[in-house]
Each structure stands twice: as C-alpha cells, then as structure tokens.
Design a protein around this ligand. Structure first.
Ligand code: NAD
Length: 505
C-alpha cells in the first residue's frame, strides 16, 4: 500500500484492568483513513503474555462482578446508556475516520448499539428464574441462570461499535467479564468504549481489549480460562472459530457472511422497491452483512425495477463521510476496493450486463481515498462469481425469474441465510414467503430487517454456526448457564433411608 502517512500517527494499544496498555509484542498493523488513503494510526498486536494478563485480570474481576447486585447492575447500565448517548457524536466521528462510512450512518450504528443497552437496563427482570412450590410433597424446585466467567468477542471491521456492543453489553449485564478483540482495520472505537464504561463506573477488569490478528484470536480460542466466544465476521473464519472454539470446550456463537436476496413481485410498488434496493445495496458502500446484494425480479417487474434503480444511481452522493452531504463513503481498504471492482469485469466476462460501473466515478481514479462508485449488474446467473461470492461492496446484482417459486428457490438454494426480503402488495404472498424462506431474518417491504434490541439477530445456514442468535433474549441465554435447585426442609427425625430413585409422588 502506497498511502501517505499523516504527521501524527496515533498508536492504538490494549485496555487491561481499567488501563491503557501500549503493547509490547513488537507486532502491529496500519490503520487508514479510507477517505484520504492516509495511514492515521498503528495498532499494536497483543503478545501471548498480554492476552494471558488480560484473561487473568478478567478472571480475577469475575469473582466480585458476579456478586454485584442486579439492581446495582441496572443502575450502572442506565449510567452507561447516558454516557454513550452523550458521546454518540464522538464515537460516530471516529467510526467515519477509520471505517469510512458517512457520519449519519455511523450515528445510526451507535443508535442501534444503544438499543442493546436499553434492553439490559431491565436485567433484573431478564435474569428472573422460575419457581415451583410443592413440586413434590414438601419439596420446592427453582431454576436460576448464572454467568459463565470470562467471555470473549471477536468482531469484524464493518460495525466497529455496534457489533462489539451486541456482545459485551449482554455478557457483562449477565455477570460475566469480557475480552474484546476488535477488527485490526478500525480498532479505535474499542478504546473509546472502554473509557466510557470506566467513566460510568464499571469496575476495572470487567471489560478488557486486546488488539490483534489471527495469532491473538488463536490464543483466545485455546485459552482454558475463556468459557465462551462470540464471533462475527466472514463465513470461512466463522467456521474455523466455531470448530476450534468448541473443540477446546467453549460455548461458541459464530455469525458469518451473507448474500441477501430481495424478491420483487410484479405487483410491488416499484418506486418503493427501487428506493429500498438502492438504499440497502449501496448504504455503507455495501459493507453491511444485511446489505441487499441480489434483487430477484419476478415476471415483468424486471425491466421496471432496473429502469427505476438506474434512474436513481446518478443521485447517490459519494464522498468523504465527514462531509454532511455525503450519502456513501469509501470502502475500508484499497485491497478490498480493488477486489470488489474485480467482480464488475468477471460478471461482464461471464455474460452479465453491466448497467452501471462504479469505476466511472471521478473519485475512483482521482482520489487517494478508497472510493468506488455504485455498480449495477443485470441478468446475473447462479454460475457467475458475482453471484457465488460475497462481494461486500457497492455492487447490486439483478436476477430475473418467471415465477415466485423460482425466486424462492434462489433464496433457499443459496448457501447463506442471513436476511432476505420480499416486496409485494399481496399479503398472502408475503405470508407464504416468511413461512418458506430459509433465512434467519425476513423483511416484508423492509429491505434490511435487522431486529430491534429486544429480539435477537442471527442468520441460518452458512451465516451462523452455533444455535444462539445475538443480543436480546438469545444473548441472555448464551451468556448464562442454567442451574436447577431442588430443596426440602423436613422436620428433624422424619427422614429414612430409601435406596430407590427419587420419586415425585
Ligand atoms: P473477517 O472474517 O475477515 O474478520 C473478522 C474477525 O476475525 C477480525 O477480528 C479478524 O481480525 C479476525 N480474523 C481474520 N482472519 C482470521 C483468521 N484467519 N483466523 C482467525 N481470526 C481471523 O471479516 P471482516 O472482513 O472484518 O468483516 C466482514 C465480514 O463479516 C463479511 O463477511 C460480513 O458478512 C461479515 N459480517 C457478518 C455479520 C453477521 O451478523 N452475520 C455482521 C457483520 C459482518
């Protein structure tokens, strides 16, 4: 990478036991401002000793933290909410500087993270167990959910604030301690989050950050004192994390990549469907796991939708995310931008029609930033690379089919199953689709159906390994284990020896 280096290169270290740790492994990686192409920082990669220290610190903190009463925890999370709310602009600005997404989108990311905090402010209710009085004569039975211990989260570049919040907010609220391993591409937000948690009053050692790459991830996966691992990232790595983490006896939830299809029926409001497709395909430069990457048009919806989308493309304002008028920013790195652009050529060579080529954007050639314009590929088929791979950029594929059943088969035969959506004015068709679609999240006239904070987020098939979705009720379940207590208080002298299996009646 030939990017220039800014005069003040910030160094990004770890957070262990309530303190910044500069990092002493000698290994590190560059952090860029994607809008300018300049290197803005250098992130330290943790050594094995630093990771072990973070785990030991989190393990020691667990002893007290699990006894922190539920009402005190609820009180603390109200304070955490308040501090995050007051610093949402600072956090969003940092996201724009390291990730490239536009400021309004970054603020949306922080808002969706805040929803997760909102949910756990009710932790006293969420952790309530069940009680059966007189389950057998003189015997009461109750169930409780207890924290696991030290838990860890490994997160992707595309939501540097929200995805970690999906994990650590629930983990900590349930009484666990936590170690975050953020993406090495945009690690800065993790330290702002750590400071906000400390300022809100979270005891030292409950939340820790170790920066790094695969070496750090592997140490987390094998560390005997880490009881559970949450992961969000691409499918090959998610599979690896799930297989390795579970082989080491850990509870694992690993969310993977996506290829989200939006089915447009002939009766749909085409203007609304086109607005939705453009917003969901190109928002955040397509770097969202819930981005729409394939529009499947049924019957005569095809020409009408492609015309409507094409008419909207020149109006998408692309530029530095800090500029208020920008609607779409650059991609995260130059390598990723170039990989995404490669799919435009391969699709053309494999027979697709390139309706819009993002490389025609002025900023693509003229700027040092990692910009690519919006691309629209029509007549895409299942054998093309642009369909088979997760592109993760501002490229929308259009596939044309004759019937609803063919559209459904495309959704269901795809190896990914994160989100999908249908656009129609026919309630019966929409109901059939939500019943039959093989995906974890379904939108009806909603292109990005990310569940609100009191539901849970997760896909099916190659989009999730493990059985728990993230945040909401599944998050509480994942970060706790159940204990069932059976008790009796017989009067002295009333017991006798009975070698039979305990009877309830
Ligand atoms: P990635 O898989 O490259 O990296 C994710 C994390 O894994 C990072 O912290 C990274 O340091 C680590 N990692 C990378 N390579 C590794 C290796 N070989 N061994 C161990 N750890 C490794 O993903 P990314 O590029 O940061 O993020 C984009 C991907 O994340 C896309 O595939 C996107 O669909 C997916 N994603 C999924 C969801 C979801 O909820 N399903 C949400 C956001 C992003």
């Amino acid at each position: 990478m030939n990017a220039a280096v800014t005069a003040e290169l910030k160094t990004i270290g770890h957070w262990i036991g309530g303190e910044l740790v500069p990092g002493g492994s000698g290994r590190s990686g560059p952090v860029y401002n994607p809008a300018t192409g300049e290197q803005s920082g250098e992130v330290a990669f943790a050594s094995a000793e630093e990771i072990d220290r973070a785990v030991a610190t989190a393990k020691a903190a667990f002893t007290d933290w699990r006894t922190f009463s539920l009402s005190k925890r609820a009180d603390l999370f109200f304070r955490i909410y308040d501090l995050f709310d007051r610093h949402r602009e600072d956090l969003a600005r940092l996201l724009t500087l390291e990730h490239g997404k536009v400021l309004s989108d970054a603020l949306g990311e922080v808002q969706r993270g805040l929803e997760v905090i909102e949910y756990v402010c009710g932790i006293p209710t969420l952790l309530k167990g069940a009680y059966s009085e007189q389950a057998a004569t003189g015997i009461d039975v109750y169930s409780i959910r207890q924290p696991l211990g030290v838990t860890a989260g490994i997160t992707p570049f595309n939501f540097p604030a929200m995805v970690p919040m999906w994990m650590f907010i629930n983990a900590i609220a349930c009484g666990n301690t936590f170690i975050l391993k953020p993406s090495e591409k945009d690690p800065g937000a993790s330290l702002v989050v750590a400071e906000l948690l400390r300022d809100a009053g979270l005891p030292d050692g409950v939340f820790n950050v170790v920066q790094g790459d695969k070496v750090v991830v592997d140490r987390i996966l094998e560390h005997p004192d880490i009881k559970a691992v949450s992961f969000v990232g691409s499918t090959p790595i998610a599979k690896y994390i799930y297989a390795t983490g579970t082989a080491n006896g850990k509870r694992v939830q690993a969310l993977g990549g996506a290829k989200n299809h939006m089915v447009v029926l002939p009766d749909a409001d085409i203007g609304m469907a086109a607005d939705a497709a453009v917003s969901a395909a190109y928002g955040s430069a397509g770097e969202r796991c819930m981005a729409i990457s394939v529009a499947v048009t049924v019957g005569d919806a095809g020409d009408r939708l492609v015309d409507a989308i094409t008419a909207r493309l020149p109006k998408v304002k692309i530029g530095n995310g800090l500029e208020p008028e920008s609607e779409m920013g650059p991609l995260v790195t130059r390598e990723h931008r170039d990989r995404v652009a490669g799919y435009i050529d391969s699709a053309r060579e494999q027979g697709a029609t390139v309706v819009a080529d993002g490389r025609e954007l002025g900023l693509y050639g003229e700027s040092d930033g990692f910009f690519l314009g919006v691309s629209l590929l029509d007549h895409v088929t299942t054998d093309m690379d642009a369909y088979r791979d997760e592109i993760f950029g501002p490229v929308l594929c259009v596939m044309r089919v004759d019937t609803y059943d063919e559209a459904l088969a495309l959704v269901n035969d795809n190896p990914y199953g994160n989100g999908t959506a249908i656009f129609t004015r026919d309630g019966g068709a929409a109901r059939a689709f939500q019943f039959d679609a093989q995906a974890g999240m379904v939108g009806v006239n909603v292109p990005i159906p990310v569940p609100v904070g009191w539901f849970s987020f997760g896909g099916w098939k190659d989009s999730l390994f493990g059985d728990s979705h993230m945040y909401g009720p599944d998050g509480i379940h994942f970060y706790t284990k159940q204990k069932v207590v059976t008790e009796r208080w017989p009067d002295p002298g009333t017991s006798s020896v009975d070698l039979g299996f305990p009877k309830t009646r």
